[in-house]
Design a protein around this ligand. Structure first.
Ligand code: IDP
Ligand code: MG
Length: 138
């Protein structure tokens, strides 16, 4: 069993698609074992995406992440990190496979509906960024 950090981005909450995306997550065999809705501050978004701070899209990405509420989640399942990335689809929805969350819901490469951790190390860091152990109920 493995855990990964998921974020439903503001384009999802704005369009009232939280349940629709959660349905994809659960249908994909992942369990939502922690979940909270919050509105990130700019400082929090910049800290969360610090690995991208040198990228040209960093400011736009942070602004987009604070444009509305997000839903942070811990997902659990076998090989959850890679498995969720497959359920999410490619970063650019134009390249995402049929049936993936990004193919079906993303508005653009920036407003691409979901975040998922990309490694065991980052999953642990990102989960502890949002959740205490008490809030994670496996
Ligand atoms: P990922 O979310 O698929 O792991 P990353 O490369 O980690 O993709 O990028 C983080 C986020 O930054 C993406 O989900 C996307 O919203 C945004 N992003 C990535 N590349 C670009 C780009 O070229 N232009 C605008 N936004 C981008
Ligand atoms: Mg990433």
């Amino acid at each position: 069993m493995q855990r990964t950090l998921s974020i439903l981005k503001p384009d999802v909450t704005r369009r009232n698609l939280t349940g629709a995306v959660n349905e994809r997550i659960e249908r994909g065999g992942l369990r939502i074992i922690a979940q909270k809705r919050l509105h990130l501050t700019l400082t929090q978004a910049q800290k969360f995406y610090a690995v991208h701070q040198e990228r040209a899209f960093f400011n736009d990405l942070c602004q987009s992440m604070i444009s509305g509420p997000v839903v942070a989640q811990v997902l659990e399942g076998e090989n959850a990190i890679l498995h969720y990335r497959n359920v999410m689809g490619a970063t650019n929805p134009a390249n995402a496979d049929e049936g993936t969350i990004r193919k079906d819901f993303a508005e653009s490469i920036e407003a691409n509906s979901v975040h998922g951790s990309d490694s065991v190390e980052n999953a642990a860091k990102e989960i502890s960024f949002f959740f205490s152990e008490m809030e994670i109920v496996g």
